[in-house]
Ligand binder design. Structure first.
Ligand SMILES: Nc1nc2c(ncn2[C@@H]2O[C@H](COP(=O)(O)OP(=O)(O)O)[C@@H](O)[C@H]2O)c(=O)[nH]1
Ligand SMILES: [Mg+2]
Length: 467
């Protein structure tokens, strides 16, 4: 279908749907409509905290616009789209919009200047003349996940349904963390297209780069179960410095050109279809939930009042019963989790009472064997012995606990999922019976048993032995 025709059809569907949906869904629809009309889509920069997302966006813009440093953490989403001149708007949660000077962005988007978002900012919108934006993308800088501030993770996750395509930043130091893999698995189903970038390559020399790339690639392949994953090496910092200093050599060395080329190629060839597909999907999913409500209303309008009141009363009684059951199930689930936590705590205590003496004995042994050595060497040996025994004991414990926790958690979750499915079933049958509406059945998946595992962290140098 021609882009214009499809665009028109989706716009019509939005216009029909808009008056029928809830306020907040209407907001989402009008955003979809705007993006569709302007043929724009969100290219969201994702990744863990401090991977260089903000630096990368600044490099694309060719100027140090958004605040990035070791300390100030972006806790607010910033969107950037094309405008003939730079303009910055702060959109507040209460609906107000304020124009600000570009150098004041930091007052709103950093944790230091706006702790816990006490200023009530919803997002910051930047209009900018950069050529990459001219092609119709809305670049989005997210706070990132896995930072100290839980709020950031929530904000980033909250943005996922709005992602059309993503740039996912990894770094060479360390190549891929457990949290990153978990986050990536969450992101993947939401995104039509994702570009992987291995940032901070200036930390490794060119001999090691291939090795680091292969390692990251192997991890990604394993995590995503896919074989074709292009990954772009980059030094966002070098690209930004090169552009702000007018040092073309640095820009070339940074690797940004390949990535920009891939992005532009993608914009040229695929953007239109992604805009359409992603808009249509968003409208469709809203449509299917709205449809049920509309059908209910139609049925209600055509049923005699008395009969309807009787049905409503029956529905109310059964609904109350089901609510009670839901509360019971939640209670059961909580109880299950509590007892799981107790089991883990008990295991930890047992680990402590059994293993700590063993660790001490081993350290003492090392000390006795080596006490004739110099204090620096002795301290090194003790460090090493401590690390070895800790790693060995902890590894063993973690493997056992993981198995136990996963098995027990799956069991609890399965029971809970069964109950929830049962409740959904009954509600549907009831609604279908009372109001004669055919419904599509859906299942609560057992993915409720999302696996997450225990881990521990060993400092390079145990502080205990800081002699
Ligand atoms: N060496 C090096 N440092 C970088 C690079 N990109 C970003 N950084 C630094 O990493 C830190 C975090 O960057 P930032 O862009 O704020 O990360 P964000 O939290 O993902 O937005 C800053 O100190 C940046 O200067 C890079 O390519 N190389
Ligand atoms: Mg940032």
């Amino acid at each position: 279908m021609h882009f214009g025709v499809a665009q028109e059809k989706i716009t019509q569907a939005i216009a029909t749907l808009a008056p029928m949906v809830k306020e907040q869904d209407r907001e989402m629809l009008s955003e979809v409509e705007r993006k569709l009309k302007e043929n724009k889509f969100n290219l969201v920069v994702l990744g863990q905290f401090k991977r260089g997302k903000t630096t990368f966006i600044n490099a694309l813009l060719g100027e140090k616009l958004l605040p990035s440093a070791i300390l100030p953490l972006t806790s607010i989403v910033t969107t950037l789209e094309y405008g003939p001149q730079m303009e910055v708007e702060v959109h507040f949660l209460d609906g107000q919009v304020k124009k600000i000077e570009p150098q004041n962005i930091r007052l709103y988007v950093t944790e230091r200047e706006n702790p816990k978002n006490e200023k009530g900012v919803k997002y910051v919108r930047v209009l900018h003349p950069a050529s990459i934006l001219k092609k119709g993308i809305i670049l989005v800088d997210t706070p990132g996940v896995g930072s100290l501030y839980e709020n950031n993770t929530d904000v980033t996750y909250g943005f996922l349904p709005r992602v059309d395509a993503g740039v996912f930043l990894l770094t060479v130091d360390p190549p891929l963390s457990k949290e990153e893999i978990a986050f990536l698995k969450d992101v993947y189903p939401h995104v039509e297209r994702i570009f992987f970038v291995l940032n901070k390559v200036d930390y490794v020399d060119s001999d090691d780069l291939q090795e680091v790339m292969d390692f990251a690639l192997g991890n990604l392949k394993e995590a995503l179960g896919s074989n074709h994953i292009p990954i772009y090496p980059l030094s966002a910092k070098m690209a930004l410095e090169g552009r702000t200093d007018g040092d073309e050599g640095k820009v070339v060395k940074s690797g940004i050109a390949d990535l920009e080329e891939a992005l532009e190629d993608f914009l040229l060839k695929e953007k239109g279809s992604i805009v359409l597909r992603s808009s249509a999907n968003k409208v469709l999913s809203l449509l299917s939930t709205s449809l049920f409500q509309v059908e209910l209303e139609i049925k209600a309008a055509t049923t005699p009042l008395e009969e309807l009141e009787e049905k409503i009363e029956r529905f109310r009684v059964i609904k109350e019963e089901i609510s009670q059951e839901r509360r019971d199930s939640e209670f059961l689930f909580k109880g299950g989790i509590d007892s799981l936590i107790k089991i883990v705590n008990m295991d930890m205590e047992r680990f402590q009472t059994q293993k700590i003496p063993k660790i001490y004995a081993r350290l003492l042994e090392t000390f006795q064997e080596n006490k004739h050595r110099g204090s620096l060497e002795l301290s090194k040996l003790l460090d090493q012995a401590m690390k070895e025994i800790l790693v060995r004991e902890f590894d063993q414990m973690v493997i056992q606990e993981n198995e136990k926790v996963n098995a027990e958690y799956s069991r609890i979750a399965r029971r809970f999922a069964d109950k929830v499915n049962d409740i959904i079933d009954r509600l549907m049958v009831l609604a279908a019976e009372l109001f004669e509406i055919p419904l599509e059945r859906f299942q609560v998946e057992e993915t409720i048993t999302e696996e997450s595992s225990l881990w521990y962290k060993l400092e390079d140098r145990p502080k205990l032995l800081d002699l």
